[in-house]
Design a protein around this ligand. Sequence first.
Ligand SMILES: Nc1ncnc2c1ncn2[C@@H]1O[C@H](COP(=O)(O)OP(=O)(O)O)[C@@H](O)[C@H]1O
Ligand SMILES: [Mg+2]
Length: 287
Amino acid sequence: MSYYKIFGFQKEPFSTSPDPDFFYLSKAHDAALTNILIELRLKRGLGVILGDVGTGKTTLSRKLIQELKNREDCLFHMILDPSFDDPVLFLSCISKNFGIPITDNMSILSLREALERFLFQKAVVEGKTVILIVDEAQKLSESSLENLRVLLNYETNEFKLLQLVLLGQLELQSKIKEIANFFDRISYKGKLEALDFKEMKEMIFFRIKQAGYESDMNIFLEDALYCIYEATGGHPRQVTMLCHRALKTLLFKNKLVVDSQVIEELIQEDVKTGWQRTSPLLQKSSY
Ligand SMILES: Nc1ncnc2c1ncn2[C@@H]1O[C@H](COP(=O)(O)OP(=O)(O)O)[C@@H](O)[C@H]1O
Ligand SMILES: [Mg+2]
């Protein structure tokens, strides 16, 4: 029997996979999602969402896709890892994603033309919103950014033919800033941050509820929540992982609720085994 069923969950509450059903809309996450959806409706072209590792970018993109799936006028694709140094491979990847027939040995120019024809057909003739979502966008090479800039140039008097959503770690910002005419095209700039205490608490209880927990008992006591916040600084991935370990500990120790002792022991275990984070958050003397 899975550990989570023993505690009355239907699903694993603190899985680290980017499941949109477990996505808690903090103020920053909600603002980013809403703004991107508005920009897409207005067909303004380029939206960029920045965030440190584990702040929820990939999960946000899944949530976005969940929304777009319900819209018949939207055609979208997502690139999970855009590490292409060769522009031909990059453009071929985008073309294949959109189902554009390409042949071997096509030049950059002919790939761009094929994409332009496709975008014109879909966006202008068929009236669709064509969207390309790029996760891990900090991995885009200079030449890939340049090619995306070219695709963003395809437009009618009223709208861009391609809508681009980039999600990436903070270094994406400096990369983009170096390309002035790319930077100028960004119509929405969003940033995901770590959660504050109240939001972190809400996220934990939201995930517990989504996992099918029905009991009135609080499985995480308030003092444990403070310890979790102190240890993680409210970074969603770190919170999720610590909560997962805390529930497993209950099982080993035959306990019913997570209190501060459970969390402190986990942190101490990390310190002892050298697995503690080097972030200043964990260098507190109390640990
Ligand atoms: N707003 C949120 N609500 C619930 N869980 C979240 C939230 N943001 C992030 N997480 C969780 O944190 C982990 C890391 O999120 P992820 O989207 O992979 O971050 P990133 O792509 O920014 O590195 C995942 O388990 C995810 O489910
Ligand atoms: Mg990610």
